[in-house]
Design a protein around this ligand. Structure first.
Ligand code: 4VN
Length: 322
């Protein structure tokens, strides 16, 4: 499917929290966190909410491209941590940047959010529209139980995205494999909404926090990510060697290296930055992609694979010619 990534951008909160700072109020340490997760620090909001980070990304994308917001056909935001149920983050962005010709909505697929959202945008560009934004934006710090060291050390806040345009060139989505395992959804939950009414009283209290069965999610990822990568490669008639870079969701450094090993590909093809951002769910692949494009590591003509995995449980891989 034909699209080009015209621009990419990222926005992370200024406030950096290191593992050592967490250790000042939590029973944890850099010696525990870094070897197990690859994480050394994360960015945490001070005043911003998810939509503020997303507006920052949208504004950067338009400025970098020399476009005005009224030239956008759509704005899709992948997030599991919206400011409100309504309006969605995408609709807040649409209003604040003045994208008067764009329709907008959020897609909720946890850490597969960027992958699922980019897949939807590719479908819109192939069938009907010319230009749109795909943004992954998260403020996971609002969903973290800061007394639960098993999850609090893993997550960070941030946003990133791409400006996409329909093209006749041979660039865009070569193949995809998206899979959902709802029967395992209990292994990674967050943001329960209270359910109560005048007639039935309180049916469910609101438990806003992350709950994760780390072992189950970890095993799910190491099994299902290779499966969707192999399926997408087969659909594209490509071998693993023909992929220049694999951009995996930045949840855990050991997962990335175990998948690289499983694939028999050099670890250099699996760049990581969770050391600096922690797990930013739907924002993680976009932040990595923007850093690699900015560094000139990822450049036109290459073929990359991106893969998300996590809550849902969801997993998905896209093969993209940039
Ligand atoms: O080694 C240890 O003791 C622990 C073992 C468990 N770990 C985990 C487990 C799962 C995740 C994770 C989370 C999400 C949520 O976005 C998505 C995808 C993944 Cl794979 C991250 N870390 C941390 C180190």
């Amino acid at each position: 499917e034909r699209f080009t990534i015209v621009q990419s951008a990222r926005v992370v909160p200024e406030r950096v929290v290191t593992n050592d700072e967490l250790a000042t109020f939590m029973d944890t340490s850099d010696e525990w966190i870094q070897p197990r997760t690859g994480i050394r620090q994360r960015h945490i909001v001070s005043t911003e909410d998810t939509s503020d980070l997303a507006v920052g990304v949208a504004t950067k994308l338009l400025n970098q491209a020399g476009l005005t917001a009224d030239q956008l056909d759509f704005i899709l935001v992948g997030t599991m941590s919206p400011d409100t149920l309504s309006p969605s983050v995408a609709q807040i962005v649409q209003g604040k940047i003045g994208a008067t010709n764009a329709f907008a909505w959020d897609l909720s697929a946890a850490c597969s959010g960027f992958v699922y959202t980019l897949s939807m945008a590719s479908a819109l560009l192939t069938t009907r529209y010319q230009r749109g934004l795909v943004i992954g934006a998260e403020v996971l710090s609002k969903l973290v139980d800061w007394d639960d060291r098993s999850t609090a050390v893993l997550f960070g806040d941030g946003a990133a995205g791409v400006l996409l345009e329909r093209t006749e060139a041979e660039t865009g989505l070569l193949a995809e494999s998206l899979k959902t395992f709802g029967e395992r959804s209990e292994f990674l939950t967050a943001g329960q909404q209270r359910n109560a009414n005048y007639f039935a009283g309180e049916l469910k209290a609101a438990d806003p926090y992350f709950k994760m069965n780390g072992r189950e999610v970890y095993n799910f990822a190491t099994r299902e990510v290779p499966a969707v990568l192999n399926e997408a490669l087969a659909k594209a008639s490509l071998t693993p060697d023909e992929i220049d870079y694999y951009l995996l969701h930045q949840a855990n450094g050991r997962i990335v290296s175990s998948i690289a090993k499983r694939f028999g590909q050099p670890i250099e093809k699996f760049p990581t930055n969770m050391a600096f951002y922690g797990n930013t769910s739907a924002a993680s692949i976009g932040i990595l992609l923007d850093e690699l494009r900015e560094a000139g590591t990822i450049k036109p003509g290459q073929t990359i694979a991106i893969a998300g995995f996590g809550g849902g449980l969801t997993v998905g891989a896209l093969i993209i010619k940039v």
